[in-house]
Design a binder for this molecule. Sequence first.
Ligand SMILES: NC(=O)c1ccc[n+]([C@@H]2O[C@H](COP(=O)([O-])OP(=O)(O)OC[C@H]3O[C@@H](n4cnc5c(N)ncnc54)[C@H](OP(=O)(O)O)[C@@H]3O)[C@@H](O)[C@H]2O)c1
Length: 272
Amino acid sequence: MTVALVTGATQGLGLALVEGLAQRLEPTDTVYLTGRYIDRVTAAVQAMPGSGAQVRGELLDVSDPGSVNRFAKQLTERHGGVDIVFGNAVMRMGPDDDPHAIIEKYAEVNNFGTTRLLRAFAPLLRDNGRLLVVASSLGTLHHLAPVLHKRFTEPSSLDELDEQIEIWRDAVLERRTSAWPAFINIPSKIGQVAAVRILAGQRRAHDLEHGILIASVCPGMMNTPTSALWWDVSAAPTPAQAAIGLLDMAFDPVKPEQYGELVRFGEVVPFS
Ligand SMILES: NC(=O)c1ccc[n+]([C@@H]2O[C@H](COP(=O)([O-])OP(=O)(O)OC[C@H]3O[C@@H](n4cnc5c(N)ncnc54)[C@H](OP(=O)(O)O)[C@@H]3O)[C@@H](O)[C@H]2O)c1
């Protein structure tokens, strides 16, 4: 029986990933549609078409260590492990938001939420498992001043990376941004890609031997309320269309060159 999990699945890409997973899996399989508010989770589960795998709703707030650890424990007790994990949750931010006012929550959800997810669920991956973090093509070092690159290339553990994210968060909080870009999505996405690279560096030999793929993925520009705050996305692909390539990575044989990398439309996007 295949067990899959999607974070931030109450709308947008996360919801489309759940629907796509359910369609591609069998009625004996389980897809967990998770989110931070139980009423939104319940409504999203009820709106599912109902074919394919069983879709179960669960509360999973990635900004809450207790919530993440509790669900990892439940999953282990129920199933003994997990086969497919999509880390997709993101805190929505618009051009009118003051980075100084939102940075603590933003880093908590998007960055510490990612490292929390990796720590909790990577050890539960079964053979042929997939752990895919939805990032963005903004998550490469080209978007960052060279003086800052080593903050994302030198850490060799998720704890060390979290320390660098804290330094960035505190700089934004205290308005000492100097070389950091004003668009906080950039360091945040680079941090997500760096987290995946670090975890992959630690697990590579084991995972490739066991058919496991850990990678970050870019869905490309999509038409969601989040992107519509920034760009004209009226002609962009829907979340369901953007989900197809990501779902293919969950079901196709592992391409070793993608292991640990940021992948966009099937191609590796160089980190530096
Ligand atoms: N949209 C684009 O064009 C685009 C392009 C490149 C990359 N991406 C990436 O694709 C991913 C999905 O983007 P999207 O546009 O689909 O976003 P979205 O529509 O804003 O959906 C974000 C999801 O994350 C959930 N969430 C927020 N905080 C959470 C928390 N603390 N714990 C758990 N879930 C939480 C939201 O829940 P609620 O329903 O409760 O708010 C929602 O379900 C993101 O990682 C984004 O950066 C998007």
